[in-house]
Design a binder for this molecule. Structure first.
Ligand code: FPP
Length: 232
């Protein structure tokens, strides 16, 4: 059965950069570089397909366990994405925001990213949320700690009250979660927000993920019946 599904927000686990590089005899960091280069292409394709929110898993709380050289390369790519693509982000009317423990990110990278956030804050075509030093469990724990640091609430919290303490409370839940690179795992991404997301896994590695692949994922989403736990 086919129904009209509203697709407002796509979240992507950009996996497979390392394998993309290794299969070509290249350093893993070259895969990350190609992956970073793909972000704007996919953001533009998202806009062309009427998507208003795109959230990308750029660096997880667990990625700090990678070798220092790979961490440094990823931090440097995040910084150069935020500086070198700033004009293009503005030309495409893309607003950048971040989720994650941004205070753990080295100063220069953090500065570059927060500068892009500031310089793109009035853009409206697409909200591009970069998850950096992000973990779904960390986000929930950070929300609980924010709640505990406030005067004791006078009533029991609802789900919606709780969600107000997440990193970006105005970000709607993703409708579609795409994972590239073929693994069927959530990897600690948006644990609270993906409760009812449709999941789409493609074997394509992130550096090869094209606007056509995005359209395939969207048409797969459009063929799903979303019930949100109800009977329809
Ligand atoms: C997973 O591939 C990908 C990452 C850990 C990093 C994703 C980062 C980028 C695409 C670019 C940097 C970010 C910005 C904001 C410009 P993997 O290394 O786990 O791949 P593998 O599973 O093939 O080893």
């Amino acid at each position: 059965m086919t129904t009209e599904n509203t697709l407002n927000h796509i979240a992507i686990i950009m996996d497979g950069n390392g394998r993309w590089a290794q299969e070509r005899g290249l350093q893993r960091t070259e895969g990350h570089r190609q992956g970073a280069n793909n972000i704007l292409t996919i953001a533009q394709a998202a806009i062309e397909n009427g998507i208003k929110f795109l959230t990308l898993y750029a660096f997880s709380t667990e990625n700090w366990k990678r070798p220092p050289s790979e961490i440094a390369a990823l931090m440097s790519l995040a910084a150069s994405f935020s500086t070198e693509h700033l004009d293009q982000l503005n030309q495409n009317d893309i607003k950048v925001q971040v989720i994650g423990r941004i205070d753990d990110v080295p100063f220069s990278t953090r500065n570059s990213i927060l500068n892009a956030v500031k310089k793109t804050k009035n853009n409206r075509a697409l909200t591009l949320t970069l998850a950096i030093s992000y973990g779904g469990r960390a986000e929930i724990v950070d929300a609980v700690n924010k709640i505990l640091s406030q005067p004791r609430p006078s009533k029991r919290l609802t789900e919606s009250d709780f969600a107000d303490f997440l990193y970006q409370p105005d970000l709607p839940d993703p409708d579609l979660l795409i994972r590239t690179g073929g693994d069927h795992r959530i990897s600690n991404f948006l644990l609270w927000q993906i409760a009812y997301a449709e999941i789409y896994v493609t074997p394509t590695y992130w550096p090869d993920f094209s606007p056509q692949d995005l359209e395939k994922a969207i048409s797969d989403f459009n063929s799903r019946t979303r019930r949100f736990g109800a009977l329809k």
